[in-house]
Design a protein around this ligand. Structure first.
Ligand SMILES: *Cc1c(COP(=O)(O)O)cnc(C)c1O
Length: 416
């Protein structure tokens, strides 16, 4: 396999390089479980990196996929399912006027930035260290996620002329934002931010951080873009916009939006969205965009969500993270858990993790050991300490207990 596909994987984090593990090949998954080719079963905290808020093979999603596929898998014309999904999105995101569906989170962010540049006639993009916005050229500057895991500062193949148009600032650094706007304010097309960072592990915004981004961009005629590819429909039905009450100009979605099938979206105010072709001069297109099967699967997932499910996921996340902290404390292992709603990351660190620097100072070797012990005890956690752990409402107390028992084994081995 590794001879046919570079590294044996179609996305680098699947190679388990940072945790010294052997990558496994999945044969199937169901509910909270994932099964590998050797017949092992694991409680899954990767959950396809976020889309599966209701677990693997969620019955309503699978039924919707079957129904939609029976009517044709792609048309190359507008399709009914796209409008249904967009209407469901609009119901949760009252602040948006229009949506354009694309095929991935990467495409959504790439489109948002082109739109921001087209709208403002400016070139500079501001992002934050450890922020990941997909793998398009402009964003691979001090990006988190796979690049951080692999220890890469940036990607080869991105011209320096292009990277020069991306400014990356420390997350949660209000003074750095002030200084950047003082110097470059009138050249900045957009600030793009994960409102809760999820690709350097989970890092919540400090008080006043998102507010400052909102004021500064508005003051200087730049656009504020929220990358809600992870947080959208997760930290609240209306995502981080609902949770924090800060309204951006554009937002990017993916992951949960497709319920596990490929999709992405950029959404926002009409005066900006109307710049997109065919209404305006900013070009964007896709043969499979708004795919009817993806749209039907995403719609089934969105329709199934309610307050009780959000509450259950958050409660389990609280219970699990508190127990992890208690076990670590008992064994003298320094552990800091960052959590926002049902989204969390444990860092082996005695200090607070508030940005990429502090995330990097946590003990990643110990995280790698954790990964291996957990896997040996039937629990699949993200194969990198720079990632969020994802739970679903398919996770039950049985799964939580199994997870905590595995963590206890780890704590006995590596603690005092
Ligand atoms: C996953 C992710 C992306 C990229 O989405 P893909 O569907 O993998 O292209 C962009 N932004 C954030 C915040 C993400 O977590």
């Amino acid at each position: 396999m590794a001879r046919l596909i570079p590294g044996g994987v179609n996305s680098p984090v699947r190679a388990f390089t940072a945790v010294g593990g052997k990558p496994f090949i999945t044969t199937k998954a169901k509910g909270a479980y994932i099964y590998d080719i050797d017949g092992n079963r694991y409680v899954d905290y990767v959950m396809s990196w976020g889309p599966l808020l209701r677990g693997h093979t969620f019955p309503a999603s699978i039924a919707a996929i079957r129904r939609a596929a029976g009517n044709g898998v792609s048309f190359g014309t507008a399709a009914e399912a796209e409008f249904e999904l967009c209407a469901l999105v609009k119901k949760r995101l009252a602040w948006i006027d229009m949506i354009r569906l694309v095929n991935s989170g990467t495409e959504a962010c790439m489109t948002a930035i082109r739109l921001a540049r087209g709208f403002t006639g400016r070139k500079i993009i501001v992002k934050f260290d450890g922020g990941y916005h997909g793998h398009s050229d402009s964003f691979l500057v001090r990006a988190g996620s796979g690049l951080a895991t692999g220890g890469l500062p940036a990607s080869a193949g991105v011209p320096a002329e292009l990277s020069a148009l991306t400014i990356s600032l420390p997350f949660n650094d209000l003074e750095a934002v002030d200084r950047c706007f003082d110097r470059h304010g009138r050249k900045i097309a957009a600030v793009i931010v994960e409102p809760v960072a999820g690709n350097m592990g989970v890092v919540p915004p400090d008080d006043g951080f998102l507010e400052l981004l909102r004021t500064k961009t508005a003051e200087h005629g730049a656009l504020l873009v929220f990358d809600e590819v992870i947080t959208g429909f997760r930290v609240a039905p209306g995502g981080a916009v609902e949770l924090f009450g800060i309204v951006p100009d554009l937002a990017c979605y993916g992951k949960i939006l497709g319920g596990g099938l490929p999709i992405g979206a950029v959404a926002g105010k009409a005066r900006i969205m109307k710049m997109l072709a065919p209404l305006g001069p900013v070009y964007q297109a896709g043969t499979l965009s708004g795919n009817p099967v993806s749209a039907a699967c995403g719609a089934a997932l969105l329709k199934s969500l309610n307050g009780r499910i959000y509450k259950q996921i958050e409660n389990y996340a609280i219970e699990l993270t508190k127990s992890l902290e208690a076990i670590a404390a008992e064994r003298g292992i320094p552990l800091t858990v960052n959590r926002v709603a049902g989204l969390f990351t444990p860092y082996f660190s005695a200090e607070k993790v508030t940005d990429f620097e502090t995330a990097r100072r946590s003990n990643m070797k110990l995280y790698a050991a954790l990964f291996r012990v957990m896997l040996n005890h039937g629990v699949f956690v993200p194969p990198s300490g720079y990632e969020a752990w994802f739970i679903s409402d398919a996770h039950s107390r049985t799964h939580l207990n199994k997870t905590l028992r595995a963590f206890e084994r780890f704590a006995v081995l590596y603690g005092k």
